[in-house]
Design a protein around this ligand. Structure first.
Ligand SMILES: Nc1nc2c(ncn2[C@@H]2O[C@H](COP(=O)(O)OP(=O)(O)OP(=O)(O)O)[C@@H](O)[C@H]2O)c(=O)[nH]1
Ligand SMILES: [Mg+2]
Length: 420
C-alpha cells in the first residue's frame, strides 16, 4: 500500500514536525505501508472539521490523483467527525496515527496479557466510531467485506453493546493478571534480588543488549529474547535472572517508547512498565547512530518522568556505536558507555557498572588484624558494623560488615581470602 502522510504542527508541539513525520513513516513501514508524499501545515490547532484547512485538503486530493495513492495517514488521532468528513471529501481510505499503532501492536502481541491490552485499546478506539464504521459498511453493502466476514458476524462486530460487554470482561481479566504480577514484584522485592531494567526508544537495541549480556553469562539459547529490526518487537516485559561473580540480579527487557502514543494505549503501556519503578539500576539504551537521538532521548525521559523513575541510578548506553557518526556524544552529568552489540565494544564496562551498582554496599568479612596495626583496627571500630570482636594471640579478630570503598585496606587480613 502507498500512502500520503499528513501532519499539523502547532506552537505547543514539543517535537519537530519533521521528526514526528519520520516516526510516522517508520510506523507505516512496520505494517508495509510505503510513504510516497507528505503534507504539513502550521495551525493554531488542528481544524475541527478536516484536521487541516480545506485548501490543504484540496492539495491533498490533487496529490492522491497524481500519485495514485491508496491511503492517507494522519499524524494525530482524528475525531469520528474528522474521520467521516475527510473520507467523504477524499473518497479514499483514511487512517490515523492511533489506529496505526494499534494495528502494529495487534500484529506483534504474543502473550495473553499483551493480546488483552491491545484488544481493550482497540475496542475503546472503535466505540465512538462504531456508528460511522457501520454506515460505511452499509454503503459498501454486501460487498467484499460482508462476504468474507459473513453479514451476521459484521453486525455483531459492530454492535456497540457487544463492544461494551467485551470491554467490561477484558478489564476484569486484566485486573486479575495485574494483581498476580504485582504479587510477583512484591515477592521479588522481599527476596531482594536487585532489578536492572533496560529502557529506551523503540528499536534502540534493548533486547539485543539483553541477549549480549545473557551470552556473556551463559550460553543458554532458549533464554534469549526476540531482537529484530522493527518497531515494537518487544511488547511485554521479560525478566531473566542473571548471576555474575556470585552476584544475582534480575535483568528486565521492556517495551520500546515512542512519542504520541494513542491515549487508549497509554494506560496499558505504563502498566507494563511498572517494574521499571522498582529498578535498582536503569540502563537507558540509545541508538547513537539515529539522526533523531535528541528527540528519542526526550521521549524516553518524559516517560521515565511520568513513571516517577527519574531518581533511579541511570547509565546511558550509547548503543550501535559501530555505526555512529557522532564521535563526541556524551550525556551531561551521567555515566555513558560507548557500546555495540555487534562488536561487543563496551561490554566489560557495562558488566562492571552493573556489578558495581547491584552488589551490596558492604562486604561481610572475618578479619584478623595484627596488634601492630592499631591504625587499621581503629578504622574498623569507626567505619564498620561489628558483629563479633575477640582479642586473640596474633591480633584482634573482627566479624564485620566493611564498606566496599575501604575494603581493599583489609583484603590481606581477610581470613576467608587467606584460606582460599
Ligand atoms: N549495527 C548495530 N545494530 C544493532 C546493535 N544493537 C542492536 N542492533 C539492531 O537494531 C535492531 C533492533 O534491535 P532490538 O534489540 O530488537 O531493539 P529493541 O530496543 O529491543 O526494539 P523494540 O523491542 O522494538 O523496542 C536489530 O535489527 C538489531 O540487530 C548494534 O550495536 N549495532
Ligand atoms: Mg525489544
Amino acid at each position: 500500500m502507498r500512502a500520503i502522510l499528513v501532519g499539523v504542527t502547532t506552537i505547543n508541539d514539543r517535537y519537530d514536525i519533521e521528526y514526528s513525520l519520520e516516526e510516522l513513516k517508520g510506523l507505516c513501514e512496520a505494517i508495509d505501508i510505503e510513504t510516497i508524499d507528505t503534507f504539513t501545515q502550521t495551525l493554531d490547532r488542528p481544524n475541527t472539521r478536516f484536521y487541516v484547512g480545506s485548501g490543504k485538503l484540496n492539495e491533498i486530493a490533487i496529490a492522491i490523483y497524481a500519485t495514485k495513492a491508496d491511503i492517507v495517514v494522519f499524524n494525530d488521532e482524528l475525531t469520528p467527525t474528522q474521520l467521516r468528513n475527510i473520507e467523504d471529501f477524499l473518497k479514499i481510505e483514511v487512517l490515523d496515527r492511533s489506529y496505526l499503532v494499534l494495528k502494529i501492536f495487534e500484529e506483534r502481541a504474543q502473550n495473553k496479557e499483551a493480546k488483552l491490552e491491545i484488544k481493550l485499546a482497540k475496542d475503546l478506539y472503535l466505540l465512538p466510531r462504531i456508528q460511522y464504521l457501520r454506515e460505511k459498511d452499509d454503503r459498501i453493502g454486501g460487498g467484499a467485506s460482508t462476504k468474507t466476514r459473513g453479514s451476521g458476524e459484521t453486525q455483531r462486530e459492530l454492535d456497540k453493546r457487544h463492544l461494551m460487554n467485551e470491554i467490561y470482561h477484558i478489564k476484569n481479566e486484566l485486573a486479575q493478571i495485574r494483581k498476580m504480577k504485582l504479587n510477583q514484584i512484591e515477592k521479588r522485592k522481599k527476596n531482594e534480588i536487585p532489578i536492572v531494567a533496560l529502557v529506551g526508544y523503540t528499536n534502540a537495541g534493548k533486547s539485543s543488549t539483553m541477549n549480549t549480556i545473557l551470552e556473556y553469562t551463559n550460553k543458554e539459547e532458549d533464554k534469549k529474547v526476540l531482537a529484530k529490526d522493527q518497531l515494537f518487537a518487544t511488547l511485554s516485559t521479560f525478566n531473566r535472572k542473571i548471576t555474575i561473580n556470585k552476584i544475582d540480579f534480575m535483568l528486565v527487557d521492556t517495551i520500546g517508547f515512542v512519542s504520541k502514543l494513542p491515549h487508549n494505549l497509554v494506560e496499558s503501556f505504563y502498566q507494563t512498565l511498572q517494574e521499571v519503578k522498582n529498578a535498582d539500576l536503569i540502563i537507558h539504551v540509545l541508538d547513537s547512530s539515529s539522526p533523531y537521538i535528541n528527540e528519542e532521548l526526550n521521549v524516553v525521559l518524559e516517560v521515565l518522568h511520568n513513571l516517577e523513575a527519574t531518581n533511579i541510578p541511570t547509565v546511558f548506553l550509547l548503543n550501535k556505536w559501530d555505526k555512529t557518526q557522532s564521535e563526541n556524544l556524551t550525556i551531561m552529568g551521567y555515566k555513558s558507555i560507548q557500546f555495540s552489540n555487534k562488536t561487543k565494544q563496551g561490554l566489560n564496562e557495562l558488566i562492571n557498572t552493573i556489578i558495581e551498582e547491584v552488589s551490596p554496599h558492604t562486604i561481610h568479612a572475618r578479619i584478623l588484624i595484627p596488634y601492630s596495626r592499631g591504625d587499621l583496627a581503629n578504622i574498623i571500630e569507626t567505619k564498620a558494623t561489628i558483629m563479633k570482636k575477640e582479642y586473640q594471640n596474633y591480633g584482634t579478630y573482627f566479624e564485620c560488615e566493611i564498606p566496599k570503598n575501604i575494603y581493599d585496606k583489609f583484603h590481606e587480613f581477610d581470613l576467608d581470602t587467606l584460606v582460599s
